[in-house]
Design a binder for this molecule. Structure first.
Ligand code: VGL
Ligand code: ZN
Length: 198
């Protein structure tokens, strides 16, 4: 059994004053830093969109942030412009320790598809490569922490459980957006998928 810590999207745009700020998103940074030493493998993910990405409300005429539209791969929430490649908003929170990371997985770079999950884009079929990486390293058990609980942490945890990993989400080191009840839906969905919530 090999354990990995997967730190989801602890980036400036998801922290207070960021473009898609998650309340108290920065509070979890010291606790995440402290946990890194407990794991033989540490993986960071980074939301990494090209300018004009299709998940941005600004890319759709007449649409506003938090509107929901139908995309070829299903429903998509439209977000404020965030985590644009190379921007300060896309950078990791300045206090997050990045040196212990073995690999940084970027996602959301395909212009026409969003990617909440660290494993697959939102079409649920285009892989990010993380599964192959974990398999070749023999990782079987995952602990997920980060932002946002109800979007990227949730989608990553459910995909990981479906791929056969033993998955736990440390909710004390996550913070959520909670859009129209999305937090409860996410907690129920993770539990249903067999994710351990601690
Ligand atoms: C996320 C919305 C859009 C997240 C990323 O990291 O949870 N949410 N892009
Ligand atoms: Zn995004």
């Amino acid at each position: 059994m090999t354990q990995a810590l997967i730190v989801i999207d602890v980036q400036n745009d998801f922290c207070p004053n960021g473009a898609l700020a998650v309340a108290q998103g920065d509070e979890i940074v010291p606790g995440i830093n402290a946990r890194m030493a407990d794991f033989p493998a540490v993986i960071l993910t980074q939301d990494w969109h090209p300018a004009g990405h299709s998940s941005f409300a600004s890319s759709h005429h007449g649409k506003a942030a938090m509107d929901v539209i139908d995309m070829p791969y299903g429903l998509q929430v439209l977000w404020p412009d965030h985590c644009v490649q190379g921007s300060t908003g896309a950078a990791f929170h300045p206090s997050l320790r990045t040196d212990p990371a073995d690999i940084i997985i970027r996602k959301g770079y395909t212009p026409s598809i969003d990617s909440y999950s660290a494993f697959f884009e939102n079409d649920h079929s285009t892989p990010t490569g993380l599964h192959g990486y974990l398999q070749t390293r023999g990782v079987t058990h995952l602990t997920l922490v980060g932002l946002a609980t109800d979007f990227c942490v949730n989608f990553s945890a459910v995909d990981a459980a479906r791929l056969g990993y033993r998955v736990s989400v440390d909710l004390s080191l996550c913070r959520g957006i909670d859009l129209n009840g999305s937090m409860q839906t996410a907690l129920d969905g993770m539990a249903e998928a067999g994710v351990t919530l601690t």
